[in-house]
Design a protein around this ligand. Structure first.
Ligand SMILES: C[S@@+](CC[C@H](N)C(=O)[O-])C[C@H]1O[C@@H](n2cnc3c(N)ncnc32)[C@H](O)[C@@H]1O
Length: 361
């Protein structure tokens, strides 16, 4: 049995100092990273509970407050709420001075339901079905997800696309300002796997007289139709329900094709063929917008992209991490040129790639 002590005696021949593994010879590494993961579960559920209870919205309407009035307002147990609020302070979502709690800017923006970039509804949906995480070891053992979200797309994607709409509409709107859609009237747009159609809507709202074909599964496309109608754009949109791998697409007919957060669930082969379909549907000179969360070539510089990939691995049949290298390979392989990677809002990247002029129709 190896023995342990916080400060083991220095080895007699201390050579590792030269080769970069000082912990082994000097003192053990701290256990903090392990605790951070364990307590991450509690942190997640504290945030989920605060949103479910309406803590952020209540503080927004009451203004800076002590726990007593807040607990009365929410009809919850004061001592329990106090502890939740103290935890939210440690996360940086509340400030506390003299037992008065107030929202930080992060909470105002992302955690209030009417926040400018609200993610309040996303918190419960984004990890996917929690049972899939509990079975991750089994998924890794067998290579199969027991209950992939692909089996019942409407059950998962319905709430997801409700929750992601504000963020993706903001990303698309910001992208449009950079790409100058307002100066490009009369475009024909194809939005595949559109969800509530944030990308098509942003283009139509900026580009006069543009029209769009909006696609999603038959059980999901009603959400797009509802949102498009709400924004007064129904007369400029055709809804085309069905599988984006097989629905009919007119060749060389669109100025813009959008693949917004659809590639990461498809696996290499299907995503590659989807990119090739998009190429075929674009007019020469047309642009593909491929938005997703990407990891770096070495899969270690961008933890967000790696973790998002793992969420796909845990919850989908074929999905996983997308690296920039892989996606550039699909784009170049399909024939795209002038490939740019833009970040219209933080963490949201979009490849903008052009079908070259003069390519055979
Ligand atoms: C992560 S959501 C992205 C929604 C939207 N494009 C966005 O960027 O916010 C993925 C969408 O693709 C749709 N989808 C997934 N597989 C599909 C398929 N094979 N055919 C059509 N739609 C599909 C889902 O129903 C869902 O609405």
């Amino acid at each position: 049995m190896p023995t342990d002590s916080p400060y083991p005696e220095m080895k007699k021949s201390h050579t590792m100092a030269h080769t970069g593994r000082p912990w082994r010879d000097y003192k053990p590494p701290p256990s903090g990273p392990v605790w951070a993961i364990i307590q991450g579960v509690g942190s997640y559920w504290t945030l989920a509970a605060a949103i479910e209870l309406g803590v952020f919205d209540a503080i927004e309407s009451l203004g800076p407050t002590k726990v007593g009035p807040l607990a009365d307002h929410l009809s919850v147990s004061g001592p329990h709420l106090q502890h939740v609020c103290d935890s939210l302070v440690t996360f940086g979502f509340l400030d506390q001075v003299d037992d008065i709690y107030e929202l930080t800017e992060t909470a105002e923006r992302y955690l209030c339901t009417d926040g400018a970039a609200s993610m309040a509804a996303l918190v419960r949906v984004a990890p996917g079905p929690l049972a899939n995480w509990e079975r991750l070891a089994e998924t890794v053992r067998t290579g199969h997800v027991a209950e992939p979200i692909d089996d019942d797309p409407a059950a998962f994607y319905g709430p997801l696309v409700q929750a992601t709409f504000p963020t993706q509409l903001r990303a698309a709107t910001r992208l449009g300002l950079r790409l100058g859609w307002a100066r490009r009237p009369g475009m024909r747009v194809l939005d595949l796997g559109a969800g509530r159609a944030p990308w098509a809507i942003a283009i139509l709202e900026q580009s006069p007289r543009s029209t769009a074909v909006v696609n999603d599964w038959p059980d999901v496309i009603g959400l797009a139709a509802h949102t498009v109608a709400e924004r007064g754009l129904s007369d400029r949109v055709e809804f085309r329900a069905g599988d984006f791998h097989t629905i009919e697409l007119e060749a060389a007919s669109f100025d813009v094709v959008v693949l917004g957060h659809v590639c990461r669930t498809e696996g290499d082969e299907l995503a590659r063929s989807l990119v090739a379909r998009a190429f075929g549907a674009l007019k020469p000179g047309g642009q593909l917008l491929l938005a997703d969360y990407f990891a770096d070539h070495e899969r270690k510089q961008n933890p967000f992209g790696v973790q998002m990939g793992l969420t796909m691995l845990a919850n989908t049949k074929r999905g996983g991490m997308l690296t920039n290298e892989q996606v550039c390979g699909w784009l170049r392989g399909a024939g795209f040129q002038t490939i740019r990677l833009l970040e219209p809002i933080g963490f949201n990247y979009v490849y903008v790639a052009s079908r070259p002029e003069g390519t055979v129709q």
